[in-house]
Design a protein around this ligand. Sequence first.
Ligand code: PLP
Length: 381
Amino acid sequence: MTDRLMMIPGPTILPPEVREALGKPSIYHRGGEFAALLAECVEGLRSLLGTAKMPVLLTCSGTGGVEAMIVNTLSPGDRVLAVDSGKFGDRMGRIAAAYGASVTTLPLEPGRAAEPEQVEKALGQEPYTALLFVYNETSTGVKQPVHELARVAIDRGVMPLVDCVSAVAGMPVAVDEWGLAGAAGGSQKALMLPPGLAVVVLGEKGLSAAAGAKMPRFYFDLPKAISAQEKGQTPYTPNVSLILALQAALRLIFAEGLATFQQRHRRLASACRAAARAAGLDLLVAAESEASDVVTAIRSPAGIDSSLLVKAVAANHDIVISGGQDQLKGRIFRIGHMGAAQLSDLLRTWEAVATELSALGTPCSPDECVSAAEAAYQTAE
Ligand code: PLP
């Protein structure tokens, strides 16, 4: 197996320390060694999520974390407003509907973030229980103004429940300060782990809602998981190997410094946008201030199906980038730059993208893309 360069928005590059941890002997999940491991991970996750509450580790992918957050805070029949920012915003609404919530959707143009006034208007005077939205919409490379949107909801007594799956670690999250009722993250993004672990935290409002929430749940019972974690355990057998790897990943993040780690993400994002401009391509995002720190979505040149570009970059350069999803299929390509990704990885990626775009009939200079990316990386905040 070759060591492909993973430049997709998850799964991402696994650092050697994480791979080594994945290969460690198992430890007993009802013993003191596991309790110490869990305690260290919980502390680290508290810093990443900006919370004093208990972040719960679940053995499932990010979607399971989002589902757990929803079913522990809502009851069938509750009215919720779901911001449809793209594939994952739509999914939040569909999860809530599957459990019997009465879902109203606020659709956004692909590439646009929600304006607080837009959400305020959509909430109106209706008796909504929750506002569901995605912090970093991975399908479009757009970040939402979480704090502002949460404030609009909170002012109306509506719980903000936020999918932070692709934001956790790579972008600042402040559950307590922003008053989020819930936030969910996933392992295969900036956390630099393989898929299979989700983290969910309920804020103050989410915890009180959990006491009366009636949506059915068993494996995903968060109050039960919180009580178990307070005793250094999980209710069911956890994926111990992934938790050992999480410890290694958290140590890497804190050794770099969380602020520096997140700044590297912003600098990479700025470098990626600069390379796209140098190639003469348009970003999907309408305003740079709304562009994601961890993934960039770029419009494919007219007449070129982006899936051909994605295939050529993989076949000829061993670099994995991704195409568009759903209605954006063939129209955009996305470059993930999170977790362990460094500037050198991004430059290699753009060299490959520019070379293959030229081969597909859109001439662009790999050197110009690389220089633009390097310059932007140096000057970004
Ligand atoms: N939400 C967002 C924003 C995501 O990016 C993803 C995965 O890409 C998910 C949810 C779903 O996570 P998973 O595929 O781990 O279930």
